[in-house]
Design a binder for this molecule. Structure first.
Ligand code: LFR
Length: 495
């Protein structure tokens, strides 16, 4: 059997990677071709994607891949919601802005003054977050209207990279579903939302399903780099949805936690679920491969640990993630908690300080060492997962006794164990590389090497290193969970 590879390009919060994936009929193998940092660049008051440098890194990856092996296609995924604008002649208008930029402050209220919140949720099924594309667009319209006027097309980040590679434009469904501009039921742009907010519908390309072949790498790029013209496949451009393909669940109904910079916890549905209860719980319906719906809650995630680590570097100490984990393990358990979704923890900066202030304000033990801070973050996340689990269960009318944890968080055995304890259920942890694996698998499904999603998930379960964690000390955790809930009830929570 021919063993042709594919290239998966994944842009994460701290790094981007070009990975080579192959399938030998039994196992999928991943090999790193090129890794680079993905640093947003602040100019003036704005935080930008360094998009041209990143495109250069893609090209570097394609050059390096010549030594790795043959590949028939390329797939790109990024986080959700961010976009670039293309003018009439196909030029990129400015650098795309990063969602952690604060231009969207106050845009939720502005939006709701134009279209009722209930109606907007009813149509889009999306959790309200200021970072969503729709609120970025409202900010752009009020602050830089001339830019929007010059735009011929809006391309979400994976679609933008696909365009830079091929010259072809499309809006891949999974990434489009993070915008809050899509009609969740019809899987098309919502005319009603766009009109109510006076946003231009004509700049949005046609929505195409995940795994659509977009085109081939442009001739000029092939010449420049001396490479063969591979197909570019719009995989699931949204990283979370590529990861969903690699959840090793064999059952139809399952609870997943995609755990990286963000934590996405939810279940998979055939159709969007949009009702009063889901609105009350602020649960999102995001689309993925085969039009499946991830009914999930977006929680801030490992961002707080990543950003704390950066803070300690700024203060002169560089801890490795393994080291932090070890120190957290040694810190005393269940001493103090934060609400991970409190808006103070979202922007970059001195997270440990903000955690200490939060704990002081709430009259709790004040964590001082790095170990205590990381433990506090992990335990608070674990409790937040429990809350989200209960909310999801209340919406779908089912309970789950197992949670599939995928993504970078799998590397923290501590977080996996704490999650099992807090949620009082088994945690099945792995694969770490869910996003890249899912990206590769969708290309393998397209080429016919892997049959379908069910086969893909079986393959992941059989070939990846999957670990299981059982809950311990249930009564202590139960008691502390009540304390955690009371703490969060004391003030208004955004989510
Ligand atoms: C995860 C993710 C989430 C999305 C957030 C911001 O990387 O894509 O799914 O809500 O980033 O785009």
């Amino acid at each position: 059997k021919e063993n042709t590879g594919v290239l998966a390009i994944d842009f994460g919060a701290s790094s981007g990677r070009v990975m080579y994936g192959t399938y030998d009929g039994e196992q999928i193998h991943l090999q790193e071709v090129h890794r680079f940092t993905n640093d947003p660049v602040i100019v003036g008051d704005t935080m930008y994607w360094d998009v041209l440098r990143l495109f250069h890194e893609i090209k570097q990856g394609l050059v390096k891949a010549k030594k790795t092996g043959a590949y028939s296609s390329i797939g790109i995924d990024t986080w959700g919601v961010d976009f670039g604008l293309i003018d009439e002649r196909g030029y990129l208008l400015e650098n795309p802005v990063h969602y952690r930029d604060n231009r969207t402050k106050g845009m939720l209220e502005y939006g709701f003054s134009k279209i009722p919140e209930e109606e907007m949720y009813q149509i889009t099924g999306n959790q309200f977050m200021e970072i969503n594309t729709v609120f970025q667009l409202l900010a752009l319209k009020s602050q830089r209207p001339e830019l929007l006027e010059r735009a011929k097309e809006l391309l979400l980040m994976p679609d933008l990279f696909n365009y830079l590679l091929t010259g072809e434009t499309a809006a891949e469904y999974s990434i489009a579903s993070t915008t809050q501009l899509l009609d969740a039921g019809r899987k098309q742009w919502s005319g009603r939302v766009l009109e109510a907010l006076d946003l231009p519908k004509e700049i949005l390309p046609e929505v195409v399903p995940s795994k659509t072949k977009i085109g081939k790498v442009r001739e000029s790029i092939c010449e420049e780099l001396g490479i063969e013209p591979a197909d570019v496949i719009a995989v699931a451009g949204h990283d979370t949805q590529s990861a969903m393909v690699a959840v090793p669940a064999q059952e139809k109904d399952f609870l997943f936690l995609s755990c990286g910079t963000w934590s996405l916890i939810g279940t998979e549905l055939d159709e969007p679920l949009i009702n009063e209860q889901s609105k009350k719980c602020n649960i999102t319906n995001e689309g993925g491969f085969e039009g499946r719906i991830s009914f999930l809650k977006n929680i801030i995630g490992l961002w707080m640990i990543q950003e704390s680590r950066r803070q300690w570097i700024r203060e002169g100490t560089e801890y490795g993630f393994g080291e932090l984990e070890k120190m957290a393990l040694e810190a005393e358990p269940l001493k103090c908690f934060i609400d991970p979704d409190d808006p103070v923890f979202l922007p970059a900066g001195n997270i440990p300080k903000r955690i200490r202030e939060y704990c002081r304000e709430k009259g709790q033990h004040i964590p001082t060492t790095a170990g205590e801070i990381v433990r506090c973050i992990n335990e608070s996340l674990a409790f937040k997962y429990r809350m989200a689990k209960e909310e999801i269960e209340s919406c779908v009318g089912k309970t789950f006794d197992r949670l599939y944890l995928i993504g970078g968080g799998v590397q923290s055995a501590l977080l996996c164990q704490l999650t099992a304890n807090a949620c009082n259920c088994e945690v099945v942890a792995g694969p770490v590389e869910a996003t890249v694996l899912g990206n590769v698998i969708l290309q393998l499904i397209e080429s016919g090497a892997v049959k379908d999603l069910a086969e893909a998930r079986r393959l992941v379960m059989a070939s990846e290193d999957i670990k299981r964690f059982q809950p311990v000390d249930s009564s202590v955790w139960e008691e502390k969970y009540q304390e955690f809930k009371e703490l969060l009830n004391e003030h208004v929570i955004q989510n």
